[in-house]
Design a binder for this molecule. Structure first.
Ligand code: F6P
Length: 545
């Protein structure tokens, strides 16, 4: 086994390119024809999720070669290192222990697990208390609405889970404010009553400008409505590692729930960051969400790569990114409640693997984290699917397909499922020039007209896609689905040799943001600005005055 963390130095990686070249123009339909077992052979199941990856540009030889890479990188040992609490976040000298947040045993991490379980108890206390109508505001009215103020990992996960589990929603309505654009807070508060609204200031660092600015504005809103400084405490909870800063903000210690530096923001929905979801859907449902994720963790750490869902998805990500030049990945949930999933996955995958040096600091010469995008089906079909079917880019796709709806509107749901399966199949089979010509002739076009229009209707097909199906969107399947993508992201980081748990790239923009904010407020020192930025600052000044 080699010691390198550079993907392109790995012998098993070097073996992939010739296989990819052979398969890049293969017919997946033909692969099905030659292997009648392909659909069942190229599928795997775990934690209530079924993965069909049979519509990929893949054959047994290529799959074996990818699995050899998994062995060389030793993905099973990587999984064990993650769950075992090893210091895998090497640039910050920390473990990444999001799996402990949903564990039901300490597994040797006794002290940390004790903190996790005592925080769970406090989360349960607040979820129950709010749902029982026991928390009152400054005028003794019962709290009916909770606003989570946070951004990035302190927003996207809880927002997604709350929206996805709306059928499980209790009496408290949870709202989310993230953007420093005042319109976000302003528009949210417009529909709320200050007497009955509680804010959760959710910030791992308690230093994030957007969150603190919105938190202060929320405090002003309550003061303007008649709350005094002492009564404000009833309206705020804080989720943070920075308990001193939360105290300085004025949040009572018993209203502060801890986080730990060993949980990355984008992996933190399972922690106190998820309190707003636990309030929205109740503690029992939140526990079921943790259970679903734990099932996926157990699968991840105990299943060989050839049947391991996160490992297979990660190998596919590498296959297209690094041998076939795909720079993107599209995620298409066919369930409206999952419409925020692409947003969540964008942070998860792009903040994790948007890196350019390996663990050991070597600059890579290959693609790492692809651009992730997508939207809920069927909306995307009437927007960007044209590019998926006929565009010139390779866009590997994940279809996410819950098989049942909570709405009771069965026929309409059948239409949704039909659309999902049709898109997946259409991407694979495409339409040849001859088929297009024949179809036009059948529509009554003459030979010449049909021949000249046919190239516009022809579709290459062989557009690779996976389908992840499961019973329905519920707390356990949702937990499993998010954990699946977390582990896929981690495995991809290991294959590329990068650290998926730091995010140094976000720092510079924040620093320059502070300088420019000073400049806009007339407090700019001698900070040198480029001519473009200077000109834009003067345009802003002219517009303001
Ligand atoms: O700027 C990026 C980031 O640090 C994310 O990694 C994080 O999820 C987000 O900002 C919010 O950070 P915090 O929870 O510390 O406010």
């Amino acid at each position: 086994m080699t010691q390198t963390d550079v993907l392109t130095d790995r012998p098993t990686f070097k073996a992939l390119q010739p296989l990819a070249d052979q398969l890049a123009n293969a017919s997946v339909e033909q692969l099905f024809a030659t292997d009648p077992d392909r659909a069942s052979k190229y599928s795997a199941e775990a934690a209530g999720l079924h993965l069909d990856y049979s519509k990929h540009l893949l054959d047994d030889t290529a799959l074996a070669a990818l699995l050899a890479l998994a062995t060389e990188v030793n993905l099973p040992a990587c999984a064990a290192a993650l769950l075992g609490g090893e210091l895998i976040n090497n640039t910050e000298h920390r473990p990444a222990l999001h799996t402990l947040l949903r564990a039901n045993a300490a597994s040797g991490l006794d002290n940390l697990y004790e903190e996790v379980t005592s925080t769970r108890e406090r989360m349960c206390y607040w979820a129950d208390r709010l749902n029982a109508g026991e928390q009152t505001g400054f005028s003794d009215q019962v709290i009916t609405d909770v606003v989570n103020i946070g951004i990035g990992g302190s927003d996207l996960g809880p927002r997604l889970v709350t929206e996805a589990l709306r059928p499980f929603q209790g009496d408290i309505a949870c709202h989310y404010v993230a953007n420093v654009d005042p319109a976000d807070l302003h528009d949210t508060l417009a529909a709320l009553n200050p007497h009955t609204t509680l804010f959760i200031i959710c910030s791992k660092s308690f230093k994030t400008q957007e969150t603190l600015t919105n938190g202060l504005a929320a405090r002003d809103w309550l003061l303007r409505a008649g709350a005094n400084d002492t009564q404000l405490a009833r309206h705020f909870l804080a989720m943070t590692t920075n308990l001193e800063a939360a105290a300085a903000f004025g949040i009572a210690p018993e209203h502060c729930l801890p986080l730990w530096d060993w949980v990355g923001g984008r992996y933190s929905v399972w922690s106190a960051v998820g309190l707003s979801c636990a309030i929205a859907v109740g503690w029992t449902n939140f526990e079921a969400f943790l259970d679903g994720a734990r099932d996926m963790d157990e699968h991840f750490v105990s299943t060989p790569p050839e049947r391991n869902l996160p490992m297979l998805l990660s190998l596919l990500e590498l296959w297209y990114s690094n041998t076939m030049g795909a720079g993107n990945h599209v995620v298409l949930p066919y369930d409206n409640s999952l419409q925020r999933l692409p947003d969540f996955l964008q942070q998860l995958t792009m903040e994790s693997n948007g890196k350019r040096v390996t663990h050991s600091g070597i600059e890579v010469t290959y693609q790492t984290g692809p651009v992730l995008w997508g939207s809920a089906g069927t909306m995307g079909q009437h927007s960007f699917h044209q590019l998926l079917h006929q565009g010139t880019r390779l866009c590997p796709a994940d279809f996410i397909l819950p098989l049942r709806t909570h709405t009771g509107m069965e026929e309409q749901h059948t239409q949704l499922v039909a659309n999902c399966l049709a898109q997946s199949r259409a991407m694979m089979v495409g339409r040849t020039l001859e088929e297009a010509t024949q179809a036009l002739q059948q529509r009554g076009l003459g030979d010449d007209a049909a021949t000249s229009l046919a190239p516009h209707l022809a579709m290459p097909g062989n557009r690779p896609n996976s389908t992840i199906s499961f019973d329905s969107v519920n707390p356990t399947t949702l937990g499993a689905l998010l954990a699946l993508y977390e582990h896929r992201t981690y495995c991809s980081g290991q294959l590329w040799g990068v650290n998926p748990f730091d995010q140094w790239g976000v720092e510079l923009g924040k620093e320059i943001g502070v300088q420019i904010h000073d400049e806009l407020n007339g407090k700019g020192g001698d900070t040198a600005m480029d001519p473009s930025t200077r000109a834009l600052i003067s345009r802003w000044r002219q517009a303001k005055h």
